[in-house]
Design a protein around this ligand. Structure first.
Ligand code: PLP
Length: 506
């Protein structure tokens, strides 16, 4: 079904709620509804088939085996499977994903994990060392992010908790903002003002916590537009958001101006440093000075920084920080009347993996400041080489002024086809939209000898390959093309959910 461009543009401009209603009305019409359902089924079946094709078949059971499989055999198979999957991330072909990955570092983390595999910080009396590791991680990170966890002043002390990852840190910070602003200002239907580039975790938080999110278009360089952010604030705004750096284009929002604006308006301000915190904190010492983004700015009231990204720990930890104990208190959950006893948790989870806390602590302590500066220098230097190489390709244009997450777009070639060509050469890069673009998040994996050079020569070859050849029906190009041309985003959301269904049901 072809929709004329003018009608599509109009539909794309309609508020989300209106298009959703229109969509559900259309889906209820007998013929249109059948057509849409048939198309969705086709796409969902083909997703399932593709997932099945890539699923390993070793030790695949349709239900719990009646008798246990011998551990030696299990271990043998697991070794084979993980060894088969390792080359892609180990050899630096993946954007982001694995941030350290050095063999000796991983062996060390595994040893620490093994020592604490049974630990659960819910039982602080049983594992007091884990409780201390957790407090240390928060205090180390607070200091790195321009705060001081030892300050006596309850209003100004930078404190926080550990969480399971960037998304949980952001959701917790938004929950704390909601609850504090409800008590302090009586705001019951609060909103979050965030740049369009901020991570979807803010949408998830708003959706889950009954808040409204106001997404504000960013400038052409990918950075938040201060005037537009200001215009989006009203009497129900509880918190403003900026990224340091943003996931799509790896750029630093004007945090100094935005946080000052929030301060003057009596709002909270969250710096999302999930991706950037553990690089930016060491960038100046590595020879790459950056603007301020942290608690050294008086308007910044909360931050998220992921130990499981450039903190180089295994997946499963992040730090959420607050200016003042009252904001952190607003994050906690307490139940004084439960028949199971007195209950309190700092975050969303109940039981938590103490082993992940121990290995995150061991990572930070084993690297020390010197280790982080050394790694930051190596990531930023490699990224500079890659950025210059991309800029030298006439068909590609780097978005904004990024340091290590480098996004490029093109007016001459279909950038999603370049993404597909790179995939054929073994690369797993990220496709972006509005505008169509692709990014590479440089990690320590890309600092290995020859990786940057291979990336650039593969990129040149990929651009060459798409120039003057007709588009194919496979790969990501048609998917992104379809997603951006569909006026009804509900259909796209449905297909995304169908993808998750397929992962479980295939
Ligand atoms: C800027 C930013 N914020 C938040 C997140 C969410 O982190 P996680 O995937 O650990 O939940 C990411 C993830 O890439 C990110 O880049």
């Amino acid at each position: 079904m072809e929709i004329p461009v003018a009608a599509q543009t109009l539909l794309n401009r309609l508020p989300k709620g209106v298009t959703r209603r229109l969509e559900s009305v259309l889906e209820r019409l007998p013929v249109v509804g059948d057509l849409v359902r048939a198309e969705k089924k086709k796409v969902s079946d083909s997703m399932k088939a593709s997932i099945r094709k890539h699923r390993p078949t070793e030790l695949a059971f349709s239900e719990l085996p009646e008798t246990g499989v011998a551990t030696e055999m299990l271990l043998g198979t697991l070794r084979e499977l993980s060894a088969r999957e390792a080359p892609m991330w180990r050899d630096g072909k993946v954007s982001g994903g694995v941030y350290h990955g050095d063999e000796r570092h991983l062996a060390f983390l595994n040893e620490v994990y093994a020592l604490y595999s049974q630990a659960n910080p819910l039982h602080a009396d049983v594992w007091p060392s884990v409780a201390r590791f957790e407090a240390d991680l928060v205090a180390f990170t607070a200091k790195l992010m321009g705060g001081d966890a030892k300050l006596e002043n309850d209003e100004q002390v930078v404190c926080g908790t550990l969480s399971s990852g960037g998304t949980e840190s952001i959701m917790l910070a938004m929950k704390a903002a909601r609850d504090l602003m409800r008590t302090r200002k009586g705001i019951t239907r609060g909103n979050i003002v965030a740049p369009a580039s901020a991570h979807p975790a803010f949408d998830k938080a708003a959706h889950t916590l009954g808040l409204e999110i106001r997404r504000v278009e960013v400038q052409d360089d990918g950075r938040a537009d201060v005037e537009a952010m200001k215009a989006a604030v009203d009497g129900n705004t509880i918190v403003m958001v900026g990224s340091a750096v943003s996931f799509p284009h790896g750029v630093l929002d004007p945090i100094e101006t935005l946080s000052e604006l929030a301060y003057e308006k009596g709002l909270l301000f969250h710096t999302d440093a999930c991706l950037g915190g553990f690089i930016l904190a060491f960038a100046a010492d590595a020879g790459f000075p950056v603007p301020r983004f942290d608690f050294s700015l008086r308007g910044v009231t909360s931050m998220s920084a992921d130990t499981h990204k450039f903190g180089y720990a295994a997946k499963g930890t992040s730090v959420v920080l607050y200016r003042g104990r009252a904001l952190r208190r607003a994050q906690y959950f307490t139940t004084p009347e439960w028949s199971g006893g007195l209950y309190v948790t700092p975050g969303f989870a109940g039981s938590r993996p103490g082993a992940l806390i121990a290995q995150a602590w061991a990572t930070m302590v084993s690297l020390g400041r010197e280790g982080y500066v050394r790694h930051t220098k190596s990531v930023l230097e490699t990224a500079r080489t890659i950025r210059r190489g991309i800029e030298a390709i006439p068909e590609l244009k780097v978005i904004g002024d990024p340091l290590w997450v480098i996004a490029f777009r093109s007016e001459q070639v279909d950038v999603y086809r370049v993404l597909d060509e790179m995939a054929k050469r073994g690369w797993s890069l990220n496709g972006l939209q509005s505008p169509p673009a692709v990014h590479l998040c440089v990690t320590l994996r890309h600092t290995q000898p020859g990786v940057a050079e291979t990336f650039l020569s593969d990129l040149r070859a990929s651009v060459e390959a798409v120039r003057g050849t007709p588009p194919s029906k496979d790969g990501m190009a048609p998917v992104y093309g379809l997603a951006s041309s569909l006026p009804f985003k509900g259909v796209v959301s449905d297909l995304l959910s169908a993808y998750v269904d397929a992962l479980y049901d295939a």
